[in-house]
Design a protein around this ligand. Structure first.
Ligand code: SAH
Length: 485
């Protein structure tokens, strides 16, 4: 059902074609939301024009203001809900819409899980070349959260000034760098509020300027806060546009009294860049790390090391990866993109020998320390890019692999690394992925190299956001099977 209330305009002057002649920016149109995009926008159609509607939920009937028109598609935002979808829920967070953190908080959690499952399935089909029939066989149901609130153990809050000149912190609005003020995010750790208020007071009282992206002036860029889920240990790392923090004693006085505080650091970042953290960090007070547990393993976490943000779901993710690895105690296992050795240690308890490879040297130091802390001796870590280290070590030591686990960043696997993995001929490849589009692309390449896709299981690590983790298992085909493919 479609209705239009076009504003007055001079059509002769409009050079656009077809339906776009009848629509302009700021027009209000009535749209039925029929689908949702991978980015969580509602999708509706008007006279063949596809409209992406921010905060639209499948099943909504809404008055939508057109915010941008392109050839064949456009963007809009909801002016008024005429008939809300049955899957729509009231957002818990008062800034759910402007804040860029949660894209689908207004979709019921149950339907969020269905949305993510569908996203993985579609990527596998479209980008991975896996047929619907095969997917019916290999896909396992998504593992959801029991309680999708206050689950994040890490947050990075940018600092700035509001239009009245007050120092504020919060999160960036979607696709922008304007700060939506908050100290109390309902998916973040409850402890963040007190820490942020202490930092804001320290800045106000000592005349410490927040960083201004426009001018490149000001000192405090971000506060990165990490909370140990089981240990309740706290880490604060201020990213600063400089090398030194004035009145550091005052900040330390305010933060060190907060229960669980273990580590106060700074990370200098003087570059005009979107990258949040600097390349190095300095500990101002306490240790340069905190500890937390996943399953029976205890992990040391430094400010610059990657660590999964959802501790409860991470355990489920790793257990899925471990079960897909099918270990009997004898295998040689490679854990590529191993971070601080989180998955490596899970694997090591059930494998013969584990080799971990990670590009961030500080994370490798943590990984070595973590193996020691947990009394695990059958693991060795290498610092460097997986695509360089793996071929070099294999050549030097004539090392083999029974199982290879990979957990790359969003861009997925490097092509040379896939070639090396295929040459190593592991019986199983376990792929842990935070982007099912690149996972699907890589699964296609690995299948072409003589592997069968056996299992795919999404795990929801990011409730109310659109991202989803996925674990996939690929097994080496024997020659006969390969010829039959
Ligand atoms: N498996 C770990 C980390 C996964 S995140 C965990 O679950 O905690 C991906 C990791 O890959 C990050 O630690 C990142 O520093 C690392 N990384 C990125 N590019 C890399 C490369 N080319 N080679 C090796 N590691 C890389």
């Amino acid at each position: 059902m479609i209705a239009k209330q076009c504003t007055q305009r001079n059509l002769e002057k409009d050079e656009r074609k077809g339906h776009e002649l009848f629509m302009q920016k700021n027009d209000i149109v009535t749209v039925n939301i029929e689908d949702m995009s991978v980015n969580g926008e509602g999708i509706g159609h008007i006279d063949g024009l596809t409209l992406f509607v921010k905060d639209g939920i499948i099943g909504d009937l809404a008055s939508v203001r057109i915010t941008k028109l392109k050839k064949g598609y456009g963007y809009g935002r909801i002016e008024k809900l005429i008939a809300p979808s049955a899957d729509r829920v009231a957002p818990v967070c008062p800034i759910a819409r402007p804040c860029g953190g949660c894209q689908i908080q207004e979709l019921s959690y149950e339907k969020q899980l269905a949305f993510k499952e569908k996203k993985v399935r579609q990527n596998m089909e479209r980008l991975g070349g896996v047929s619907a029939k095969e997917l019916d066989r290999v896909m396992e149901p998504i593992i959801g959260m029991e309680d999708p609130w206050h689950y994040r153990n890490k947050a990075q809050f940018p600092f700035g000034r509001d239009k009245d000149g007050r120092i504020i912190c919060g999160f960036y609005a979607g696709r922008t760098h304007s700060i939506i003020e908050t100290t109390d995010c309902p998916v973040g750790a409850r402890e963040n509020k007190r820490i942020l208020e202490a930092i804001l007071a320290y800045m106000e009282e000592n005349g410490i300027e927040p960083y201004d992206e426009q001018t490149g002036r000001g000192l405090i860029r971000h506060a990165m806060i990490r909370t140990g889920y089981y240990t309740k240990e706290q880490m604060v790392c201020l990213v600063i546009n400089g090398k030194r923090l004035p009145a550091a004693g005052d900040l330390i006085g305010r933060l060190s009294v907060i229960p669980g505080m273990k580590s106060i650091c700074i990370s200098p970042n003087e570059k005009r860049t979107n990258v949040i953290m600097g390349q190095t960090y300095e500990t101002l007070w306490g240790d340069g790390y905190i500890y937390d547990y996943i399953g029976e393993n205890k992990y040391r976490i430094s400010p610059l090391s990657f660590y999964q943000v959802n501790p409860l779901q991470t355990e489920k993710l790793y257990r899925t990866a471990l079960s897909y690895a099918g270990l009997t105690g004898k295998e040689i296992v490679w854990d590529l993109y191993c971070g601080i050795g989180t998955i490596s240690l899970f694997l090591a308890r059930q494998a013969g020998q584990v080799y971990g490879v990670e590009i961030v040297p500080a994370a490798v130091e943590d990984a070595v320390e973590n193996a020691k802390q947990n009394g695990i001796t059958n693991v060795e870590f290498f610092a460097g890019a997986a695509e360089k280290v793996v071929p070099a070590v294999c050549k030097e030591r004539a090392e083999k692999a029974d199982v290879i686990v990979v957990d790359p960043p969003r861009k997925g696997l490097d092509e040379t690394l896939i070639a090396t993995i295929l040459q190593m001929e592991p019986a199983r490849i376990v792929y842990v992925s935070c982007d099912s589009a690149t996972l699907a692309r890589d699964v296609r390449r690995i299948r072409e190299g003589g592997y069968a896709l056996e299992r795919v299981r999404p795990v929801d690590q990011f409730g109310h956001g659109v991202h989803v983790e996925t674990v996939a298992l690929l097994s080496k085909l024997n020659t006969k099977q390969h010829i039959n493919v």
